[in-house]
Design a protein around this ligand. Structure first.
Ligand SMILES: [Zn+2]
Length: 250
């Protein structure tokens, strides 16, 4: 039993630290918000003047609301990651195992955001930043060897399509970061008049754009097949139920 538990524990930590690179982007913020509430509770347990207690209660209310909102967004992000894994496990694994040019495992933090987050300008964004120490190493607000993808979540299927689009960028940009940043800076400079109406990252010959097109093409093929199989499974279940009912009426 002890051996089994140890094996399970090792498996769990391996999964957390080595295998799982797609991560919920809200997890660190939730930990911070929980710590903040703990600190406020600790301060509240001491002797305080009525004014200070009032102030503390206001702070506590704000902190609790923030935590509640973070947990809602965390839940949406989980649903999105699960949907990707269920519908397109190949893309999930590709991103989950993505490495930069120097073979560094790169974590992909995903965040579902509200429509208002991008003020209607974007449906999703993948950050494009190099580590100060190494031009081949991706960096984001989560630190070196990480990339951050945010997508608008109104409906699950729509958000999944936005996520697949962004992961098309991730697929190309992580292993080709230094070259791509050079290309990006050269292409989308002040003389970028020809493609004015095209968003940065989507010039016709942009390799990241081409990766997105290919990734989306594969995804829609898989989505159609997935929906078809879901429909067939539903029909089989309904037929079985009808058959059972007919038997019980006989
Ligand atoms: Zn894009």
């Amino acid at each position: 039993m002890k051996l089994l538990l140890t094996t399970l524990m090792i498996g769990y930590f391996l999964h957390c630290n080595v295998i799982a690179k797609i991560k919920n982007g809200y997890f660190p913020a939730i930990k911070v918000a929980e710590k903040c509430i703990q600190n406020l509770e600790y301060i509240g347990s001491g002797n305080l003047s009525p004014e200070k207690r009032d102030f503390l209660q206001t702070r506590m209310k704000i902190a609790e609301q923030k935590l509640k909102r973070l947990k809602q967004l965390h839940h949406k992000t989980e649903k999105l990651i699960d949907a990707l894994n269920t519908i397109h496990p190949i893309l999930f694994l590709q991103i989950d195992n993505i490495k930069d040019k120097e073979e560094n495992i790169t974590d992909v933090y995903i965040k579902a955001v509200d429509v208002s987050f991008f003020k209607g300008k974007f449906w999703g964004i993948t950050n494009l930043n190099q580590s100060k120490d190494n031009p081949h190493v991706y960096t984001s607000a989560y630190g070196d060897k990480t990339v951050c993808v945010s997508v608008v979540y109104k409906f699950l299927e729509q958000a999944l399509a936005f996520l697949v689009h962004e992961l098309g960028h991730v697929k190309y940009q992580v292993p080709n970061l230094a070259d791509y940043v050079n290309y990006f800076n050269k292409t989308y400079n002040d003389t970028y008049f020809g493609y004015k109406k095209i968003k940065k990252g989507h010039a016709p010959m942009d390799p990241s754009h081409m990766s997105v097109r290919q990734t989306e093409k594969e995804f829609y093929k898989i989505l159609i097949a997935y929906k078809k199989s879901q429909k067939e499974n539903k029909n089989i279940t309904e037929n079985k139920e009808n058959h059972k009912q007919r038997i019980s009426y006989q």
